[in-house]
Design a protein around this ligand. Structure first.
Ligand SMILES: [Zn+2]
Length: 359
């Protein structure tokens, strides 16, 4: 590794190099914005049909509108053509990517690890962005990290930094306990995949501080999120959902579709930004005499619950009636875990030394 702060280099060179890395990060971040928006919609990332355009007036954006971070500042956060407000998310993603690239070059220097750090940072930014938007971490992001992990494991066979099996233990060290938590609904499957992938890359020693940082930040961030929800929102959501579920089950019964006597069905899913996603897969065919119309249930929930943000929902139905509806708040864990993973990738060894020195 070559440190960019090495005294052999004139200070000007170091500053210039760090500035270039920052700009590279901002440009990549601007591309990641497109990935975050288009991938969940299954739209192609590039192509002339998809030139970046204003979300409000549809005007195709020119070069001046697309300079990372700066365009937002110079245009005062407004579209140049229709003056509609532009979401701050664009420059936030650009800045976070730029800062992680800069932090990477300052900590791992010019080395192979720097390439790993850039790819890892990009994958984590996309995972976090999509998790915030959709409450799911796409499989593709974890897959990118798995590829990095496999390369790192192969390299470790030939070098002596870490025994190769440390990577394999790392893949299970945190993801297995997380998988158990996921069974109780405390984590999502995407979080488990992400920690397995990151564990393969970081090895078991470094995935532990990554998880510790993620859980700590998640607990703090989750409490702040919880406090910012107006009182009574959850109660209101629960009451409304129960009403909707009862009306829906009554309409199914009218069509002569019902839960068989002596059986209990539990439907579950999540409601996020006014979108309900109870899936057909959670219907147990053995509980019903026919196929219930889940799409209609989702539509009814969407129409009524537009103002409530995000929570997990479960609806318990017996032959006679809807017996229970519960709404549970869910914390979006991806961004917190991502901060933990990136921090531990860059300075995990130092964190462990520091922690042990406290003992
Ligand atoms: Zn516009």
């Amino acid at each position: 590794m070559i440190s960019v702060l090495d005294e052999r280099f004139p200070v000007m060179y170091s500053v210039l190099f760090i500035a270039l890395v920052f700009i590279l990060g901002a440009v990549i971040g601007s591309f990641l914005n497109v990935v975050i928006i288009r991938v969940p919609r299954k739209e192609p990332i590039s192509g002339t049909h998809n030139r970046s355009h204003c979300m409000s007036c549809g005007h195709t954006l020119g070069t001046l509108d697309l300079v990372p971070i700066f365009s937002y500042i110079f245009l005062g956060g407004k579209c140049r053509y229709c003056k509609a407000k532009i979401s701050p998310r664009y420059w936030i993603v650009e800045l976070i990517t730029a800062l992680s690239f800069t932090a990477s070059v300052l900590t791992v220097g010019i080395s192979l690890s720097l390439l790993f750090a850039f790819v890892l940072a990009a994958a984590l930014v996309v995972a976090s962005g999509i998790d915030i938007d959709r409450m799911e971490i796409p499989y593709g992001c974890s897959l990118v990290i798995v590829v990095l992990g496999v390369i790192a494991t192969v390299i470790s066979v030939f070098t002596n930094d870490m025994p190769w099996y440390d990577h394999l233990i790392g893949a299970a060290a945190v993801s297995v306990p997380f998988a158990i938590l996921a069974l109780f609904g405390a984590m999502g499957g995407g979080d488990v995949q992400l920690m397995a992938a990151a564990g393969l890359l970081l090895g078991w020693k470094n995935i532990i501080p990554a998880a510790a940082i993620g859980i700590l930040l998640g607990a703090v961030g989750g409490s702040i999120e919880l406090l910012s929800v107006p009182k009574g929102t959850k109660k209101l959501a629960k009451e409304k959902s129960l009403e909707i579920a009862e009306a829906w089950y009554a309409s199914q019964k009218e069509k002569d579709i019902y839960v068989l006597p002596e059986k209990t069905e539990a439907l579950y899913g999540s409601i996020f930004k006014g979108k309900s996603d109870i899936e057909n897969e959670c219907v147990d065919p053995k509980c019903w005499n026919g196929t219930p119309d889940i799409a209609a249930l989702n539509e009814a929930l969407d129409a009524e619950l537009s103002e409530v943000s995000k929570f997990g929902i479960s609806i318990v139905i017996t032959n006679e009636k809807v017996t229970k509806v519960s709404c549970k708040r869910q914390v979006v864990f991806g961004p917190y875990l991502s901060i933990g993973i990136m921090t531990s990738f860059l300075i995990g060894d130092r964190l462990i030394d520091w922690y042990l020195s406290l003992m």
